[in-house]
Ligand binder design. Structure first.
Ligand code: ZN
Length: 318
């Protein structure tokens, strides 16, 4: 049995709205002037994370999923793809307003295994930062008419945002991350986005990015359904765990560690992101240092482990 955490090296994505905070705030050596996304726990073909330690060092998380299914308690060869993807997004400028399909639409129309339900834990937000979440149209006809006529101010719902906020964004929800926010996103492992509105921006060549209004009109939930979730808190010694959301796709927790916690892993595998602080994890008799910006997966069957230190952590599982 593989008895150690699988530490992962992020993959960076250039985006027109990206900035420098993944370097200045998280210490990553970023490759682009406009680095928008760090895919920190990813087995997606468009950017799989590289394993840093152990006998699988140098392989990708995607390789591990495909050739070492036992690490994830993978049930059969029919499971097509690693189900989840964790990103940190640096919105130096507004992201496009967009919507994602559900699993059925993604499989039937896009020929990919998963749609995209996502959720956001806000790591930081500048004063006045906002998100777009939902729309005001009452019928599909009204939605189409407002999109066609560019009535964005009337159509889109805006919400103010601050560090520590959490939002669940099911597939079919119109949304946009606004300028000045840094977000940890837990999502289904999918890269299908239908762009609805891009603020009429042009790139250096003077071109606008493509919109996908027809698909967006098909997949958007009408009327908008606000998502809600009960936050359940549990104490494990020096660790306070707050369940942020539990859905068919994923469960996400915020852990505040102050001291020592003896933990027992029951999930098939657990994804862990250290948001701030310094700590260590002990598995068997081996200790591994943890600090802000470190991401790892605890594989199946790891059983008991111990966390010690002062840290804020976001953890998730299927
Ligand atoms: Zn999205």
């Amino acid at each position: 049995m593989y008895k150690e955490p699988i530490f992962l090296k992020p993959v960076f994505q250039e985006r027109i709205w990206g900035g420098q905070k993944l370097q200045t705030e998280y210490g990553y050596n970023i490759p682009f002037e406009h680095t928008g996304e760090a895919w920190v726990i990813s087995a997606h073909p468009n950017g799989p994370s590289i394993i840093e330690n152990g006998s699988l060092a140098g392989k990708t998380l995607k390789d591990a999923w495909e050739t070492h299914g036992e690490l994830f308690n993978k049930q059969s060869d029919n499971e097509e793809a690693y189900p989840l993807l964790i990103k940190i997004l640096d919105a130096n400028d507004d992201l496009s307003v967009q919507v994602h399909p559900d699993d059925t639409f993604a499989r039937e129309v896009e020929n990919v295994p998963y749609g995209k339900t996502e959720c956001w834990y806000v790591l930081s937000a500048e004063p006045g930062a906002e998100l777009v979440l939902g729309h005001c149209a009452k019928t599909r006809e009204e939605l189409a008419a407002m999109m066609d006529n560019g009535k964005w101010g009337k159509l889109l719902q805006r919400v103010p945002v601050k560090a520590g906020d959490f939002y669940y964004v099911p597939s079919g929800t119109i949304h946009a991350i606004g300028k000045g926010t840094v977000i940890l996103e837990t999502q289904q492992s999918s890269d299908i986005t239908y762009r609805v509105y891009d603020y009429d921006r042009v790139n250096v060549e003077g071109n606008k990015r493509e919109l996908h209004l027809d698909r967006a009109k098909e997949v958007t939930t009408v009327p908008h359904k606000p998502a809600s979730s009960d936050h359940i808190t549990e104490i494990h010694g020096g660790l306070t765990s707050e369940k942020l959301v539990a859905t068919d796709y994923f469960s996400v927790y915020r852990w505040q560690l102050n001291g020592t916690a003896n933990m027992n892993m029951e999930a098939n595998f657990l994804q862990v992101s250290v948001i701030s602080g310094n700590a260590e994890i002990m598995v068997g008799d081996k200790r591994y240092p943890l600090k802000k910006g470190v991401h790892f997966v605890l594989p199946y069957g790891i059983g008991e482990y111990k966390l010690t230190g002062e840290a804020e952590i976001v953890a998730s599982h299927e």
